[in-house]
Write a protein that binds this ligand. Structure first.
Ligand code: ZN
Length: 500
């Protein structure tokens, strides 16, 4: 297995350059003074280029081929067989994209980001329109370079959710839509029956931080192998299985924003911290897809973090920290408030019931932009028409409509569906964990999370990238991605809250 060993050493070098680049990115978004921006951009781009060159070199291709021959007959489930599958996939994708395209994409993204910020601030779509057109063109070219069977969107989706096809997502979303829209409409009619005004008072940010840290420590985020800092946009970043960091941002007039975003990011981070130590430093030491990643963040944020059992455990402590604001608020009122459902314009502020409707809108529109049935001129009207169809709302301006998300300015088309897939998978995994361990809810009520985290570790985290996302879900739950668990969860929880 000489070639395999050489290949592993080479992939290890690529991994370490990328990890070092991640440290620079983390620093840029947390502690770096603004003056460092230009130099940091050069440092990051140099290291990214070195990693890319090393990974896509002919020598890597030669070692990969030789190692594949050596490894013939290896057990499918072995780490080495999985490493070769993943390395082959990454390598083939990386060599298909010409360096000119990669450079053009990163240059365009850097410029488009600034124009998107301006367009959003001024609620003026015309500023962003030419950049959206460029991004669509770059993505169409990307799809041609990568290749696809059915439609160009397949190639784009595949980058974020490996192996998933547009037709599969369309089928899943079609079924979800049929059940979700009537439920959402029934709840929207009663939106006013829940009062959440007490969540929007002044909450000292130091105390918010103290409570959030207590919570994420208790659910299982390991501070010996992680830390939390403040950044403009919350994120999770890993430099190693044993150094997985999260960030958040505190808002003095909202109790829940930083709290749930901390739990969300801790969910992502616990996934990475749970990867088997044997995979440390290898190409397998990462989450297997954005959808699986999101299934973990959403599990802890929503299914666990917004459950009655969870607050049975934590609410007394929260009241102790904020006696003036919450002393007179009963647990039940608090539980209903953090689960308030109401139609809104903004995806990131959406509740659990509305959220997937925002995603379906984007998935449809992205497909229409990519297949040419909607032009960039028609896109804002198309957005607003879908908003009316899904949520019964018409955005008053494009900042609250088509300009709200950063993704297209970064060139990321095909990313959005992973959020909804994550929601579906989170409920499916939780259902399965409950079947095996019916005591999980009563443990949560006592503030104990070890059984649930242990199940996720064993069935999901441990494997890193060894299995493709759909394969991993089937291994863990015995069936493909389905909507039954998620819809059952929504019906039970919100049927009770809204009495329908
Ligand atoms: Zn997330």
């Amino acid at each position: 297995m000489e070639s395999l060993q050489k290949l592993k050493a080479r992939l290890g070098e690529v991994h370490r350059i990328r990890a070092a680049t991640a440290v620079l990115r983390w620093d840029q978004q947390t502690y770096m003074p603004p003056g460092g921006t230009n130099a940091r951009a050069e440092q990051v781009s140099t290291l990214s280029r070195l990693a890319h060159e090393l990974f896509t070199s002919e020598e890597t291709g030669r070692l990969l081929e030789a190692a594949e021959t050596e490894a013939e007959g290896l057990d499918y489930d072995s780490d080495d067989a999985a490493l070769l599958r993943v390395a082959r996939r990454d390598y083939d994708l990386a060599v298909k994209l010409p360096p000119d395209w990669v450079e053009e994409m990163s240059r365009t993204a850097a410029l488009a980001h600034g124009e998107w910020v301006k367009a959003k601030e001024e609620a003026d779509y015309s500023i962003f329109k030419p950049w959206l057109a460029k991004m669509i063109d770059l993505n169409l070219r990307k799809a041609e370079y990568l290749g696809y069977e059915d439609c160009p969107y397949d190639a784009l989706l595949d980058e974020y959710e490996p192996g998933m096809k547009t037709a599969q997502v369309r089928e899943i979303f079609g079924a979800l839509r049929k059940e979700l829209v009537p439920l959402a409409q029934a709840i929207f009619k009663q939106a006013d029956s829940v009062d959440d005004s007490f969540l929007h008072q002044h909450f000292d940010v130091k105390k918010q931080e103290q409570f959030a840290i207590e919570v994420i420590r208790q659910i299982g985020y390991d501070f010996e192998r992680g830390r939390q800092d403040v950044s403009a946009h919350p994120f999770t970043i890993a430099f190693s299985i044993n150094d997985v960091r999260i960030t958040t941002r505190y808002e003095p007039d909202s109790l829940t924003s930083a709290l749930f975003s901390s739990i969300h990011e801790a969910g992502h981070a616990m996934y990475e911290q749970g990867i088997a130590q044997e995979l440390e430093g290898s190409i397998l030491a990462d989450g297997t897809s954005l959808g699986i990643h999101e299934s973990q963040s959403r599990l802890w944020e929503n299914i666990v973090g917004r459950s009655r059992e969870f607050w049975h455990a934590f609410y007394p402590r929260l009241q102790e920290i904020f006696p003036d604001q919450l002393g007179d608020v009963k647990l039940d009122a608090f539980y209903r408030a953090i689960n308030k459902v109401a139609p809104g314009y903004i995806r990131v502020d959406a509740d659990e019931v509305s959220y997937n409707l925002h995603i379906m809108l984007r998935f449809e529109l992205e497909n229409e932009l990519i297949d040419g049935t909607v032009t960039v001129d028609q896109a804002p009207d198309a957005w607003n028409a879908k908003m009316d169809e899904f949520l019964g709302l018409t955005p008053p301006n494009d900042a609250l409509g088509i300009l709200q998300d950063i993704h297209w300015s970064m060139g990321a088309i095909g990313y959005f569906p992973t959020y909804s897939l994550g929601n579906l998978i989170s409920a499916q995994l939780y259902d399965r964990a409950l079947e095996e361990h019916p005591d999980i809810p009563s443990e949560i009520e006592r503030g104990e999370f070890g059984t649930l985290l242990g199940w996720m570790r064993e069935n999901i985290h441990h494997h890193g990238r060894k299995y493709m996302p759909t394969e991993l879900v089937e291994r863990a739950t015995g069936e493909p991605i389905q909507i039954r668990s998620f819809m059952g969860y929504l019906r039970q929880k919100f049927g009770q809250i809204y009495d329908i």
